[in-house]
Design a protein around this ligand. Structure first.
Ligand code: SF4
Ligand code: SF4
Length: 477
């Protein structure tokens, strides 16, 4: 392996944005003793894992941008339209009334995350999370272009000022604008986005402001907030302690092999461990921690410390892997067990959720109908011996095509619907409509307790039929 030109031996240990505090002062890896921020300038270690991550990152950048443009059965592959409360996944439209389906879907996603974490740790954070992918493979290379590569001492060779600062900011602005458009395409759809782009901002000031605010938030994140998003804003790291077990794969330092660490050359009789205390694993860390302190919530499993340490081990003639993918039990010399309670229970639960989801999805009716009593008096007397009851019917067309519905009342005999006779009701595909229902009935048809059960019948234009139960109220006799 070719060593990096600026790795290496340093009698003064290189740092990454200043000295990392020792416990108990170290409450956050990016906080200095005086409370100011410890800005990080992680050095790049171009090892084997970095190369793999780089290829995956380029693929993912293209994938993230292309995903909202992809179609499945003529619909977006994914669309999370919050304003119109419609979610499209793999060509299937979910509406807010799909409570059970959406709950099962969320449960499935949650179980997938906990299962993946139990098996391979925070591989998502280091390899596939858009924050890491964009930060490490889009924005940090731009920093290196304008600031120079962080070298001995860990800080950039060149403080960014003047035209460099302006040029860097302009590139960030353009990239954040493009990323904001991509991000919003997931929520508004590509057709809507194309309209926003083509039309003058004066014609759609609100959406223009939304786009501006999203671009501003992305700039804030990638220019200023950076690793803080992983350290203090993202809940994933906070939950890792409950999602990981001692058999989960993590990026770990082998203390048995590395300690006691000691700088400099050793003789054959030297009892020192393999760690030469060069600090290279620390200066490459994008979250500013020292992996030799053990498993930490700040570790996003980016594997930069593995590449850096392997490089050092090559130089000092020791086997690679002092920092490596391992599990806490493996480091303690215990056997790795793939089969354990959580790796068996989670997949079983996941299968159960998937089966339930498919069962609900395939048995879903072509339309939903829900009735609610109207506001105000329970009944109105419109002529001697005749009353009316008001209801509100919510009709949801679950198909992709426009449909017509006929609504009649089948029980009790003698009850009639006012205003709906012979008028089919049209509802567009995946839309819902509220229909006022007024039932007219003779008082003599109402039970002595002032109530009478009634049944609405709804039939669509291809023969699907539903009955809705309701209760008509009238005077007690
Ligand atoms: S400790 Fe290693 S794997 Fe974890 S974030 Fe730092 S460099 Fe990446
Ligand atoms: S773990 Fe490896 S990279 Fe880190 S200080 Fe020790 S020898 Fe250097």
């Amino acid at each position: 392996m070719q060593p990096n030109d600026d790795t290496a031996n340093a009698t003064e240990p290189p740092t990454n944005g200043g000295q990392l505090l020792d416990a108990p002062e170290q409450v956050l890896s990016t906080l200095k003793a005086d409370g100011s921020r410890r800005w990080l300038y992680p050095r790049l270690s171009k090892g084997k894992l970095w190369n793999r991550r780089r290829f995956l990152a380029y693929f993912l950048i293209v994938f993230f941008v292309a995903l909202p443009h992809l179609r499945w059965s003529g619909k977006p592959l994914i669309l999370l339209n919050i304003t119109s409360r419609k979610f499209v996944l793999f060509g299937h439209t979910f509406l807010p009334t799909d409570t059970l389906l959406l709950t099962l879907l969320m449960l499935g996603v949650f179980l997938t995350v906990v299962l993946a974490t139990a098996l391979v740790g925070r591989v998502w954070c280091g390899w596939a999370c858009p924050q890491t992918v964009y930060m490490e493979f889009l924005f940090r290379p731009i920093d290196r272009l304008f600031q120079g590569t962080a070298g001995k001492g860990g800080k950039p060779k060149q403080k960014i000022t003047g035209w460099r600062a302006v040029a860097r900011f302009a590139i960030y602005l353009v990239l954040c604008g493009l990323l904001a458009h991509t991000f919003l395409a997931y929520f508004v759809g590509t057709e809507q986005l194309a309209q926003w782009v083509r039309r003058s901002p004066l014609e759609h000031p609100t959406s223009f402001l939304v786009m501006g605010a999203t671009t501003g938030l992305m700039l804030f994140d990638f220019l200023f907030f950076r690793e803080q998003l992983c350290l203090i804003a993202c809940p994933y790291g906070r939950f890792q302690s409950v999602m990981l077990d001692r058999q989960s794969l993590i990026v770990a330092y082998d203390g048995n092999r590395g300690e006691p660490r000691r700088k400099g050359k050793r003789s054959l009789a030297d009892s020192a461990g393999d760690c030469v205390d060069c600090n290279q694993c620390v200066v490459v860390c994008p979250t500013g921690i020292d992996i030799r302190n053990g498993l930490q919530l700040e570790c996003v499993n980016c594997t930069q410390c593995i590449d850096a340490c392997n490089d050092v081990m090559d130089r000092v003639g020791k086997p690679q892997g002092l920092v490596r993918y391992s599990s806490q039990d493996s480091l303690d010399g215990k056997q790795h067990r793939m089969l354990r309670l959580r790796t068996v229970a989670y997949p079983m639960l996941l299968v159960a959720v998937a089966v339930a989801f498919l069962a609900v999805l395939t048995t879903k009716f072509a339309f939903d109908a829900q009735i609610a009593r109207g506001r105000g008096n329970p009944f109105q007397q419109i002529s001697p011996g005749v009353i009316t009851n008001n209801f509100s019917l919510r009709l949801t067309n679950r198909t992709d095509e426009s449909r017509e519905y006929r609504i009649t009342i089948s029980e009790p005999v003698g009850a009639t619907l006012l205003g709906l006779a012979d008028k089919p009701l049209r509802v567009e595909g995946n839309e819902e409509q509220r229909v006022p229902i007024v039932v007219e009935i003779a008082v003599t048809k109402i039970g002595t307790d002032g109530r009478e059960n009634a049944v609405l019948q709804i039939v669509d234009d291809i023969g699907n039929q539903r009955e809705v139960q309701m209760s008509i109220m009238g005077p007690r006799l």
